[in-house]
Design a protein around this ligand. Structure first.
Ligand code: SF4
Length: 428
């Protein structure tokens, strides 16, 4: 259930059925305009729809004038404790102000910020954090932290409504994943306003990404949540954006850039697939189109599982195969698999997103596969027959290939990153 209401932060619609917006927060000193803008540009390139900047001092609010003017994406000013900074941030052009009504100095101060928001016609985010709930909810927080969070959020929403202001979204953050899920489920039933989702202080890139994927993914899969921010302990804010996109892509809520499918490998593997996957992932960064590319250690069942991939490779000891939509294109020496895969991808784009197939090469690859793989495997031929009836009309959209495969340096993995000992191949 997407939120009923919709707001606009700059030109980005949030809620009311709009695509789930990706946001992050700069980690620079906001008053350092050059560093902040450089980071904003990096997160925008990574796919952030909007970005928040901390505004703890007057000089940070002042810096927003330049930042808002030069930023490629809308700016949300993050204000705590000092409502005059919120007023100044609006004057500086901030597209949205985030405040926690519980720490901004009382209802009168909130009313002043709301009056300013109305005057400039800009939205607000009201944010509740488990770590800073109003004093009268502390006892409830111990006995029922979920109800405490929801109560705080609803009280703030009612305050906004008494001020005749509805141009806002709401966030309710907790470090606890179960509490984040439970509280947002409850709040989504009680209010029509857009919800900003996040697991606060989620942790490092590894643990924080997983916590966020579980917490936010659960809610998003239920249709709850209109914008997301992943909080990771890294200076590289673009990493947060990449994780957010992976969550949205995994749920098929939004599409952006290629999707890499790779098998986990097992005792059948006979070539250095880890290096191949790393290389393919790196080269795919040069593509914007949402193609699916699959890398499989062998053809046993794997091609069947990845038959919807636009392109794929499957390897063996010396030779491997390139396929498209589960059908073989050609066999190539394993060492050339990646280069040949990207040649096929580039040929596809150059032909206006049309697969260019050489029948002789395809037949040779199919024969090789039949001779080298398990007779019970889901071979491309069997899959092709299954797929024939359900062939999809391919969308013909203008293609643009910008791969820089020639310039890309080869990916090197060492034993610490990807152990070879005990596996069926060696690494040169
Ligand atoms: S595709 Fe082959 S190598 Fe990869 S996990 Fe499956 S059986 Fe193992």
């Amino acid at each position: 259930m997407a939120s009923k209401n919709q707001i606009h932060v700059g030109n980005v619609p949030i809620g009311g059925g709009a695509p789930v917006a990706v946001q992050t927060m700069t980690k620079t000193e906001t008053a350092d305009v050059a560093a902040t803008l450089a980071q904003i540009k990096r997160v925008a390139e990574a796919g952030a729809d909007l970005v928040r900047c901390a505004v703890p001092r007057e000089k940070d609010a002042e810096a927003l004038r330049t930042i808002v003017r030069e930023s490629p994406i809308p700016i949300v000013a993050d204000i705590h404790f000092n409502h005059t900074l919120a007023l100044k941030a609006f004057d500086a052009g901030a597209h949205c102000i985030r405040i926690n009504p519980g720490n901004i100095g009382g209802p009168d101060k909130v009313a002043e910020v709301v009056a300013k928001a109305k005057e400039v016609g800009r939205p607000m985010r009201i944010g509740v954090n488990s770590g800073s709930l109003p004093a009268h909810l502390r006892e409830l927080e111990y006995s029922n932290p979920v109800e405490a969070l929801v109560t705080a959020a609803v009280e703030f929403v009612e305050l906004m409504e008494r001020l005749d202001f509805t141009n806002f979204k709401v966030s309710m953050k907790s470090t606890s994943v179960p509490n984040t899920i439970a509280s947002n489920r409850l709040l989504a039933e009680r209010i029509p306003y857009p919800l900003h989702l996040g697991v606060t202080e989620a942790g490092t890139k590894w643990s924080g990404s997983l916590k966020s994927a579980v917490g936010l993914g659960t809610l998003l899969a239920d249709g709850i949540g209109d914008t997301i921010r992943i909080s990771l302990s890294t200076f590289h804010a673009e990493e947060e954006v990449k994780v957010a996109w992976e969550i949205l892509k995994a749920l098929r809520l939004r599409r952006r850039g290629p999707e890499l499918i790779a098998c986990p490998t097992c005792g059948r593997l006979q070539f250095d697939m880890d290096t191949v996957v790393a290389e393919v992932e790196k080269r795919l960064e040069a593509y914007e189109d949402p193609i699916q590319v699959s890398v499989l250690g062998c053809a046993v069942n794997g091609i069947g599982e990845a038959r919807h991939a636009d392109f794929g490779i499957t390897g063996a000891k010396d030779m491997g195969m390139i396929y498209a939509k589960g059908e073989p294109l050609k066999k190539v020496p394993t060492a050339q698999l990646v280069d040949e895969l990207f040649k096929e991808i580039d040929r596809y784009y150059a032909a206006g997103k049309t697969l260019v197939r050489d029948d002789a090469s395809a037949a040779e690859a199919a024969q090789w596969l039949a001779e080298n793989e398990d007779a019970t495997a889901m071979t491309p031929e069997r899959l092709a027959a299954m797929e024939a009836a359900a062939a999809e009309a391919e969308a013909s959209v203008e293609a643009e290939a910008s791969a820089e495969s020639e310039a890309a340096s080869a990916t090197r993995l060492d034993e610490a990153v990807s152990p070879v000992a005990g596996r069926r191949f060696t690494r040169a």
